[in-house]
Structure formats: C-alpha cells, structure tokens
Design a binder for this molecule. Structure first.
Ligand SMILES: Nc1nc2c(ncn2[C@@H]2O[C@H](COP(=O)(O)OP(=O)(O)OP(=O)(O)O)[C@@H](O)[C@H]2O)c(=O)[nH]1
Ligand SMILES: [Mg+2]
Length: 381
C-alpha cells in the first residue's frame, strides 16, 4: 500500500538526527510491506493540539498523497488519542481513501504480522487495547460534545455507549491478562527447573535489527529467522550452546584427567524481541512474559549494530528500557557487524567505548566469537 509519512521535530534538532528518524520510520514502513510515496519532516517546537503536524501541513500532505494514490498517512510519533481521531475525521470529511496511523499503530501492525505463537498474539492484543482503547473514549467524548449530545436524550446515549465500550474493553483486557498469566507461570516453572539442573542462561537483548537472532544462530547452530527487517523476532526461542572447559595446558590436563578435557558446560541462550525508541511503557508491559526470560537470565548479551551511525543513542535506549523492566544482571556489550567496518573505525570505537569493556565481533563472519565464548565462560563459572 502507498503511504505518506510525516513527522515534526523541535527546531534545534540536528539534521542528521532528523534523517535518522525518517530512515527508521521508512524502514518500519517497508518492514510492514508499504511503500513511502510522500515524506516530510517539519521543524516545529510544539505539536498542534488538534492535528499534531498542523492543519496546513496535514492538508498539503494529504493532497500530495492523494495524487499519488496513497491510502495511509503515518505520523512518526505517539499521538494523543484525540489527535489521531481528529485527523481521521478530517480525512473522512474529505471522503478520502487515506487512513491515519501513528508510529505505535504501525509497530503494533508489524508485531501482528510477525507474531506466530498464541502468547505473542495475546500480548499484541493487550498492547493494542491499551493503545487504541482511549481513542474510543475520546470518540465518545466527541460524540457527546458535538451534535449527538445537543439535547438531553442523545447526549445520554453518547455517554452510555462510551461506558459500555469502556466496560467491554476492560473485561476483555482482564481476560487476556489472565491467559497471559498462565503462560507466565509455565515459563517461570521452566526457569525453576533449569535452575535446579544448574543450567545457566544467557539472554540476548538489543535494539531491533542489531543481529540478535544471527548471533543466536552462530552460537547455538540453531536456525532462527534472521532478516533485514525490524522486529523479525517477536516471541522467544531458546537454544543450547556448548562451552568447553578452559584448559590452560591441554596436553598436561589430558594426561592427568581426560574427563576434565572432555568436559564442558551446556548453556541456554534466549533470543527475544528487540527494542526501539519511544515505546510506551504499557506496550513494553504487554510483552512482560516474553521479556521475563531475559530479565531472569544469568547474564545478558546486549547486541549492538556497531556499523550504525546512531550507535550511542541506541545503546542508551536499550539500557534505559532494561532498567525500566528491572533487568540488572551482569551484561556483556557485544558490538556486532564489524565486517561492515574499516579497521580504523573499529579501533576508534574500541577507544570510545572502552569503559563498557565490549567485545567486537561479527555474527556473520564469526570473527570475535571465540572471545565472546571465553567471556561468557568466565562469567558463568
Ligand atoms: N554484515 C553483517 N550483517 C549482520 C550481522 N549480524 C546480523 N546481520 C544482519 O542484520 C540483519 C538483522 O539481523 P537479525 O539477526 O534478524 O537481527 P535481530 O536483532 O534479531 O532483529 P529483530 O529480531 O528484528 O529485532 C540481517 O539482515 C542480518 O543478516 C553481522 O555480523 N554482519
Ligand atoms: Mg531477531
């Protein structure tokens, strides 16, 4: 489907930051399968109360989009329920084919496309209710304020409908939460049984598209779908990695005690959903049972696309999200995709991020993988 994308940013935003935002929004759109036909970012310090981007800009974008056959307009930020409602009202009045979404609508649609397990589907449903529910309340308010509510009886009707909708949504939300709690319980039992067996777990976390699933595949020889799409992974998958014991002097050890040499440790690795900027907390909470596996892991691998110009910002987003969900365990910063970088760029990054004590590797070429395994071994022993 052809899509218009539009966003606003404060006047003092750097041009490169504006570009990065638009590129990310565009890649979300293409992940979903749409094609961007018109895009615009406008500098503006405060969003318009009614339409977010401002009525003039909005109409200009709609006109341009309609000429090119667009059927969607996506505003690259989180809008207030009343704002998205207003925009859709304007479109409806124009009898336009275009429908308006905000960035979260788009992310939820992508989640929905990629969700395969019943648990992931439920989590998305919960997140959608939380994101879109208030729009229905907003609509109700609008109905009772405008024409509908002109005289007593009709106003009452508007309000009652809103109340019914609200109650219906709340009941539905509770049912989903109940079902999700059952999944959470099963997971927690699995975790306990792993603990009893003294199986250590490693959780792979990071920004979307950083290469988490690729790294998981490289470490475990498992095949998890990895692709150049945002949110390719939505559920979790667990793989096993075999870590051989460290043997300082192999020959000596082998002759002394062959079993030491032959021994190693099995470690479980969890791959999960990636993070992205500006995810509202209620949306993250909807995925809590999926994220719990990572929060509860013994160590976290924070995978970073080192070749990404917005590397610093993305590390920060992931670290902040992790601390918001209460993940505090030791972590290894893994700077991935170094096969995409020059030796000089790698060297400079090593210096820049020395404090994080990171490991530089390529999940594709496998350079640096042994060093990572070594570090994991040190940390789980
Ligand atoms: N050049 C290069 N590309 C990589 C490397 N690791 C992953 N990629 C590519 O990066 C893209 C994303 O990889 P995934 O493993 O799906 O990333 P992810 O972090 O699991 O992404 P989501 O599940 O969508 O959050 C794919 O096109 C991979 O082939 C690497 O070491 N080098
Ligand atoms: Mg993935």
């Amino acid at each position: 489907m052809k899509t218009i994308i539009v966003d606003i940013a404060p006047r003092n935003t750097k041009t490169e930051d504006l570009e990065a935002r638009m590129i990310e929004l565009e890649s979300l759109v293409s992940t979903y399968g749409d094609t961007v036909v018109v895009k615009r970012i406008q500098k503006r310090d405060t969003p318009d109360y009614h339409t977010y981007v401002g009525i003039g800009k909005l109409e200009e974008m709609i006109n341009a989009g309609e000429e090119l056959g667009a059927e969607r307009i996506i505003i690259g930020n989180i809008l207030k329920p009343a704002q998205i409602y207003h925009i859709n009202e304007i479109l409806r009045e124009r009898k336009s084919k275009i429908q308006a979404w905000d960035r979260i609508d788009l992310i939820l649609k992508i989640f929905d496309q990629h969700a395969h397990s019943p648990e992931a589907k439920l989590q998305i449903e919960l997140a959608s209710i939380r994101h879109m529910g208030p729009r229905i309340f907003g609509m109700g308010m609008e109905l009772s304020r405008q024409g509908w509510g002109g005289s007593g009886a009709m106003r009452g009707l508007g309000e009652t409908n809103t109340e019914i909708m609200k109650r219906h949504l709340r009941d539905h939300e509770l049912k989903i939460i109940e079902k999700l709690e059952r999944y959470a319980k099963t997971r927690s039992e699995h975790r306990k049984s792993r603990k009893r067996k003294d199986l250590k777990t490693v959780g792979i976390v990071g920004y979307t598209n950083a290469g988490k699933s690729t790294l998981m595949n490289t470490l475990t020889h498992k095949w998890v779908l990895a692709e150049d799409k945002l949110f390719a992974t939505l559920g979790t998958s667990v793989g096993k990695m075999w870590l051989e014991n460290k043997v300082e002097n192999k020959k000596q050890k082998v002759s002394e005690d062959f079993s030491t040499y032959a021994h190693g440790k099995e470690i479980l690795i969890n791959d999960t959903i990636g993070f992205i900027r500006d995810l509202p907390p209620e949306l993250i909470r909807a995925f809590s049972s999926t994220l719990e596996d990572s929060i509860e892991a013994d160590i976290l691998l924070h995978v970073i696309d080192a070749s990404d110009p917005k590397v610093l910002e993305k590390i920060d987003i992931v670290d902040t999200t992790l601390s918001n969900i209460g993940a505090e365990q030791p972590r290894i910063y893994v700077f991935n995709k170094i096969d995409n970088m020059s030796e000089l760029a790698i060297l400079m990054m090593r210096e820049q991020f020395a404090e994080l004590n990171p490991i530089f590797l390529s999940a594709v070429s496998k350079r640096g993988i042994e060093e990572l395994k070594e570090r994991i071994r040190e940390m789980v022993e």
